[in-house]
Write a protein that binds this ligand. Structure first.
Ligand SMILES: Cc1ncc(COP(=O)(O)O)c(C=O)c1O
Length: 705
């Protein structure tokens, strides 16, 4: 059981004002700052004990008297080592967690304590705090372990009265949640802490005004009172230091991660903590604001953009990767599963690939005549991909699919294309989706989608457009496996009708098997498109296929400046070699299976089978979320993502396994999934899962038709 203990560090010495905690707030009634605080803390239900952490020395005896009078525990400790005194208090109160306020600030924002404690427990925070309120009004909740770690690893600076300093200097080592406060209370221009005689005057006036509500003086009313009394504000103005403790770069009144001004003090639902964890995403948010001015949708790739991650709980920019881990621009570390949407098949900055690219870079990157690597890699592809007799290279998957469609039209002299799956951004395909803006209707009419595992839907296309279909292009498997002989039936039907079969293996290639799904299922298409994983993150794609079709590229125009760029080809050669030398594919299957099966065991444990599942073949699985009506639930997906991100797992819905995903990574991920699922369960029980989100839910890349 967790137990929260308030630790009040007390010392009589003060450089500017002697005996600050014992100064009277109310001279008439003899109420001191410390008295008022103790009374207030006693009204806060999460706090189970109050312990005074008294500095050693005879002069501090009055604090012992206070403890005795009020029946409180106390400890005596080193005057300068405040951190140690807090730890002693935690132990004396048999606490697991420590609530900390300074004893010279009588008016902390007590209204948020219950909520802070709830979140502290729910999210497993090391520190839960708030920022931006008038000076002296914040509080901190620490796990005792976090305090002890700070003490052990820190030095004298960290052990001083700046107890949070070690955590603040090592944010990536702690889970810190900075709760947002209502806009009206974001008042760094106000000061309610007693350090100078003038401070005491202001605090006394505040107390006198709201004494009838003591010990619970609402902060909003305090702020209102100060707003009505400029002369009091002026009195302490020279001492105001308008900086945040946890978010030093933030401007007063700005919200780093968007969101609403909603107050956090609501007990029936979790807060909209749009600013929570903002200390972790400052740089991301700063760059995002700049990007909004110069980059439409802030990204080059829709699925990597801010609409795909819960803003406020997610980074926006990543800047480094190593193996299975990535780091964002604020230094937060994540276990990566999107893996750049699939290309990273070995791991980020994989040594053999990086070295090959560096070597090539020093030789020159792109030339005016073809480079030998083009021949070498083409030959390698013909050895490993069953349908590959000849090869042409592109940069993106879309180059390859567009080229394949064009060559099929040239080969058959027909115009229509039947497609199934996703095939990239070009007109011929994207015109069939809900993002068809800018594609002429005449182009849209040339591509006819059919349904996976429904051979009759393809039959219909051929029946309605006899002798007009040039090719059937399809992802051999998306997420759901082909049923029965579906792939073979598609090939037979296409050939019977005089059309070519093109497999879009942009995802499946180098992942299900080195030779892609055609190798795995033993169904060989006429032409195939590869991309993503073939160069471990370098931009390369390929159209491969039967010689007599591929030779048409002598005339079909498929040509661009960077087609033979050598660093990507060097990366592909190194990737293929590495994959051949180690059993990379088996590793992808085994890690992916552990993750998929582990996830589905968890769903059963939590009774969530009907709303979430991990599906697909192990090297690339997808986690789906459904609401009670069995429709895709972006709210549940977003909440799950949010909770994974907080615990260091970069979750986008897809799990693209790479060779660097270790057993430890998988175990860690499943631990995080377990906690995220616990929270999902609670949120669903509350009936208002969307209220648990700390930002807008993610949006679909394609609207539902
Ligand atoms: C199956 C499939 N085909 C084609 C593409 C397009 O590739 P690119 O985005 O590299 O142009 C993608 C991209 O995700 C894909 O998944």
């Amino acid at each position: 059981m967790r137990r929260l203990v308030a630790a009040l560090a007390c010392r009589i010495q003060g450089s500017r004002l002697y005996g600050k905690p014992l100064q009277h707030l109310d001279v008439q009634d003899g109420v001191t700052i410390l008295d008022s605080m103790i009374r207030l803390i006693k009204t806060l239900t999460p706090i189970e004990a109050i312990v005074l952490g008294i500095s050693a020395g005879e002069a501090n005896r009055p604090f012992i008297d206070v403890a005795r009078r009020d029946g409180l525990e106390h400890i005596i400790g080193d005057e300068r080592d405040v951190l140690q005194r807090l730890i002693q208090c935690g132990h004396a109160g048999r606490g697991t967690d420590v609530f900390r306020v300074t004893t010279e600030s009588p008016f902390f924002y007590y209204e948020l304590v219950e909520e802070a404690w709830r979140r502290h427990l729910q999210y497993g925070n090391d520190v839960t705090t708030l920022d931006g309120v008038p000076e002296g009004c914040h509080f901190e909740i620490y796990t005792l372990e976090a305090l002890e770690r700070s003490h052990r690893l820190g030095d004298d600076r960290h052990r001083s009265e700046y107890c949070s300093l070690y955590v603040r200097e090592h944010l990536s080592d702690f889970q810190v949640e900075v709760l947002p406060v209502p806009q009206a209370l974001e008042r760094l221009d106000l000061r309610l802490t007693v350090d100078h005689p003038e401070d005491l005057v202001v605090c006394r006036c505040v107390y006198a005004h709201l004494k009838h509500k003591a010990p619970r003086l609402p902060l909003t009313e305090i702020v209102q009172f100060l707003d009505e009394h400029p002369e009091l504000r002026a009195l302490v103005a020279p001492y105001v230091v308008p900086t945040r403790i946890w978010q030093p770069g933030a401007q007063q009144g700005t919200r780093l991660c968007g969101g609403s001004d909603e107050t956090t003090v609501q007990t029936s639902r979790p807060t909209n903590t749009s600013a929570a964890f903002t200390s972790c995403f400052q740089e991301s948010q700063r760059l995002k604001a700049k990007a909004e001015q110069v980059i439409p949708s802030c990204t080059q790739t829709f699925s990597k953009g801010p609409t795909q991650f819960v803003q406020g709980a997610a980074p926006v920019f990543l800047m480094r990767g190593q193996g299975s881990h990535v780091w964002d621009v604020d230094g937060n570390e994540y276990l990566d599963y999107p893996m750049a949407l699939g290309p990273i098949i070995l791991g980020h900055n994989y040594p053999a690939v990086t070295e090959a690219v560096m070597r090539q870079m020093q030789e020159g990157t792109t030339f005016s005549l073809p480079h030998p690597l083009e021949v070498e890699v083409a030959e390698l592809l013909t050895e490993i991909i069953p349908c590959a007799e000849m090869v042409r290279f592109g940069k993106n998957g879309s180059d390859a699919t567009a080229g394949a469609v064009r060559v099929a039209r040239a080969y058959t002299g027909r115009e229509l294309i039947a497609c199934c799956g996703y095939h990239g951004w070009q007109d011929w395909y994207i015109g069939t989706t809900t993002r068809s803006k800018g594609v002429p209707a005449t182009v849209q009419a040339l591509t006819l989608p059919f349904e996976y595992n429904k051979i009759e839907s393809l039959h219909r296309i051929f029946a309605e457009h006899p002798c007009q279909v040039a090719a059937v292009i399809m992802e051999p498997i998306g997420v759901i496996e082909p049923q029965g002989e579906f792939l073979r039936e598609v090939r037979e039907l296409a050939h019977r009708e005089g059309a070519l079969l093109i497999f879009d293996e942009i995802i499946t290639g180098f992942r299900l098997a080195l030779g892609g799904a055609q190798e795995y299922y033993g169904v060989i298409p006429d032409v195939a498109c590869f991309g993503k994983a073939m160069a471990n993150g370098y931009p390369l794609s390929a159209i491969v296929g039967r010689r007599e079709i591929m030779q048409l590229f002598n005339e079909v125009f498929f040509s661009f400046t960077f087609g033979g760029e050598t660093m990507s080809l060097a990366a592909a050669k190194a990737t293929i070699t590495e994959m051949g030398q180690h059993d990379v594919i088996s590793h992808l299957w085994s890690q992916g299976q552990q993750l998929r099966d582990g996830y589905n065991v968890l769903t059963r444990h939590f009774g969530l089978e009907s709303c979430t599942a991990c599906v697909g073949l192990p090297p690339r699985t997808v986690i789906t979320f459904k609401d009670e009506t069995h429709q895709e639930s972006l709210v549940l997906k977003s909440l799950f993502q949010q909770e994974c991100l907080k615990r260091g797992v970069l979750f986008s819905g897809n799990q693209n396994i790479c060779y660097s995903h270790s057993d430890g990574d998988v175990e860690q991920t499943l631990r995080v999934y377990r906690t995220a699922m616990e929270i999902l369960t609670e949120a669903m029980k509350s009936g208002r899962a969307s209220h648990w989100l700390e930002g807008e839910p993610v949006s679909p890349v394609f609207r539902r038709a």
